[in-house]
Write a protein that binds this ligand. Sequence first.
Ligand SMILES: Nc1ncnc2c1ncn2[C@@H]1O[C@H](COP(=O)(O)OP(=O)(O)OP(=O)(O)O)[C@@H](O)[C@H]1O
Length: 710
Amino acid sequence: FKLHAHASPGSGNITDLASAKAKILLSQPQAPGNASSSGEKAAKEAQRLRTANDMQKGKDQRLPANGTQNETQSQEGASSFGFNVSKMSVSEFWEPYMWVVAALVAVFAVSFELCHRRLADVDLTATPDCGAEHHEHQMLHLFKGIVPLVRPFYFGDERHTAWAYLAAISVLGVIDLVLGLIIMVWSKEFWDTIEKKNISRFFPLILDLCLLAFSKIILSTYGQYIGMMLSIRWRRSMTQWLLTKWLKDKCFYALQLDGKGDVPDNPDQRIQEDARLFVEQTMSLGTGFVTAATHLLSRLPMLLLLSPSYAFGWFYCPGWLLYITLLYSGVGAIVAHFVGQKLISINFGLQKYEAGFRYDIVQIRDNAESIALYGSEPCEEQRLQGKFAWIERVWWMMMCYTKRLGFFVSFYYQTSSIFPYLVLAPNYFRGQITLGTMFMLFDVLWAVKSGFDWFLGSYSELTGYRATVDRLSNFTQAMEKRSGAKCEVKRLPAGTHKAAAVVSGLNVQLPAKVDQRQLWRDANLEVKPGEFVLLSAPEGTGKSCFFRAMAGIWPHASGEVYLPAKTLFLPQKSYIPQGTLKQAVAYPSCATEFTDEDVQAALEAVRLTTLEGRQLQDEANWAMLLSGGEQQRLAIARVLLRKPAALFLDEATSALGAEGALEVFQLLRQPKSLPEGSVVITVSHDVELLKPVHDAHYTYDAESASWKLE
Ligand SMILES: Nc1ncnc2c1ncn2[C@@H]1O[C@H](COP(=O)(O)OP(=O)(O)OP(=O)(O)O)[C@@H](O)[C@H]1O
């Protein structure tokens, strides 16, 4: 029963405490004449228990039947196997074998260490790259970066809700703590009652325990439930915060452009998994820390009050028990950090490889058709297995370091269990403390030490937490850096030019990390109202980058651009979200912005015959369902709905046949299709076909790296 954990040291079991107490009393020698009063008391207690024991034995002999029969039989049974358990002693029976057992264990450990890596079935000589991203290692920096991640929820718009939940959990925690203290007092009275055979007090005490247990059950269940409520609110707030940052100022695109080196990978994993892990781990570690701290604080005064004045019964040092506990736990924590700190980067690397592996699987799903047509399944399987092998390697690294940490933590806890006995035994044997005080001190010492040991006990979890905090911190910092770095292409305000669209002195480079090449140098372009302009250049010259720079999403560009407010850029392959047909056509606006009639009319105008008979509310993966040409027709339907004043088409009719492409331009030239004076700027390799349906044609001048009017 968990309640008993508060009542006894070490084992957390009331019966252990009683039996230990009885054993110590029985093993006491007769108190010498000059023994202290506590020694005499103990001797008397032992004598009383001995008598009770003898009486019980006599009773057993007189009454072999009834209740004691089974006990007698079981004792006989134990003897019949040649063992008399009650007479077994470590020195007589086990000591000779302990050396053998220890030697066998050592042989097992050495042989296991020598050969276990062969079972890995993967090449462990290759060292995994745990990422160039920054992650904290130093002990003092273990909690760095947590506050900026916690702040948006606890000090943002939802702060009242956040603190209300925290307050509720804290109140329940305090009540639980008080109940724990009451149970400590209860257990003392209970065992005194048992000892005095006070039957009249026994049942009221049992009733008290039932009431205490009832309160604890209710409080702990609701405490957990409110914790889960807080967890989902916090996660929602954090996800919202990360999504807003990521989508703001086209950050998601800018981060992808610099997709090399220390740029955070897999934003999907950071927003979904890392945010969830951060909330869960913060709550679990935070609860553990607060519990340890409150138990520590509640027991600390008792430790100082009960602590004997003489350290080890030898020299005067008030409060020495506290110092020695602090020293012991402090040394343990520092050693644990040095043994296990490598786990931080290993956890970091593992999360990185897991995310990469998942992304590769998603890529197969996204490119299912190509892979199926190529028949490249064996290649994909090999690639994925290769990726998984890296996960295995990092996992093996983690196993090795977890084993090292495990050795130390086991050693620490094994020695910890005898720590209270070792430090208090001298005082007890010198008669400076009574047995009762010693048992109470065990309890208090155990609680205080558990508080100090929170760091060491949670170290393994902390290394995973550190990796999560680093991944999220790097992600948020990278987003903040990107949103601060503005595109240097200046967008001129409305009314600056008589022309409908103007590009002046545009310079476009490739990212410095990738390539130093300058794609456009002082490029100019002027489009008069109502004009249709065709741009053509050999592939790879940078036409798409030119459009990106005009749209203000290419960060490595400078110059001036004048564009109407209502501008639409159509790439060769438009994104079609999964969902209703109406949403697919209305995109990038919301479906509710247009009437069904308007959407239907736009679909009819672009002659998407495949969709005839389909309801606008039908849901499907339209990108899979429609051919490349049909997808381009759907994109033109979007143009008819949005009616932009400037339309940029980057090979947006390339998948249509010659007839289809001409049909689209005829449609765009119709008076109702676009607002009056609208301009269309087309990038295409189909110069001969599209020249007649455009008013001007520009080609690429390789010498000046700019446009030249044909
Ligand atoms: N995100 C990027 N990072 C690095 N280099 C890029 C990036 N995007 C494009 N490039 C490079 O910039 C150059 C121009 O690319 P762009 O797509 O603008 O060419 P394009 O003229 O539109 O080609 P095409 O006619 O084949 O569509 C190419 O050499 C390409 O490799």
